[in-house]
Design a protein around this ligand. Sequence first.
Ligand code: FPP
Ligand code: MG
Length: 309
Amino acid sequence: MVMTGEDRVAHTEASDFNLASYLEEKKQLVETALDESLPITRPEKIYEAMRYSLLAGGKRLRPILCLTTCELMGGTLEMSLPTACALEMIHTMSLIHDDLPAMDNDDYRRGKLTNHKVYGQDIAILAGDALLSYAFEYVARRTRNVDLANLLDVIARLGRTVGAAGLVGGQVLDLESEGKSDVTVETLKFIHIHKTGALLETSVVSGAILAGAKPEDIERLSRYAQNIGLAFQIVDDILDITASTKELGKTAGKDQKAQKATYPSLWGLEESRKQAQALIDDAIAQLKPYNRGAEPLKAIAQFIVARKN
Ligand code: FPP
Ligand code: MG
């Protein structure tokens, strides 16, 4: 039987675990912490620009994944909340820069005008820079009750994730591939693993490391995260074609317009959906040893393929 997106949501809701209320509860924690993390001070303009994008909503998937794996591995909120906020600061900065005219030149993000459309390119670049450096300061200063070697490991992983070995590397290859008709599946996979997968993986793994998880658990959770990371990007490419600008909160149909190589452009929509589902099935298989404790991670994986924005 082939399941549709709606079937999968219904399936998720049919279990006694309620993903919608779980996500809402965690999202509220994250929203409050993000709001408190960045008070406005002098020079007001840069703080306002940073807050404009940081508090623009979004699914808060990366921070929630960090909180969830930390809890699964026996950790507490005070261990993981600063890193959770830092992950969202990094994600937000990458979107501010991705939307700049020199990159994807986008006018809308999260249902609002993009940062540079409101504050100008100069301030948008600086707001991204400031969010990135503040993310590291925030983790280093605010984390409590974590073994210092583990905290150092998380900080190093965050650094690797945003640099040329992660987001920046993926973005460079993405820009280089634009307009080319001979982009291979391998190149596309490299782009997605680095541009999107790396930060999702670090979100999952950092929560576990902060909690002091064992190497075998970290390995399982890494594999879970790599699979959901790739599936997330495949679904993003599908939604760019199938969803409306209103549903997405960002301009729909951009990939085709920019002649970007995407999974649907290489495989077609149906095969792309199948591949995303296979990745989610593998991700869920990694959670077997955790039984009911892994319900949130399992439901989040299912949500990634069923999501509408
Ligand atoms: C959105 O992809 C963009 C990203 C996931 C990350 C882009 C990375 C950078 C701009 C590098 C950031 C710099 C540092 C220092 C971390 P997309 O354009 O495919 O998706 P969209 O439709 O949401 O724009
Ligand atoms: Mg973009």
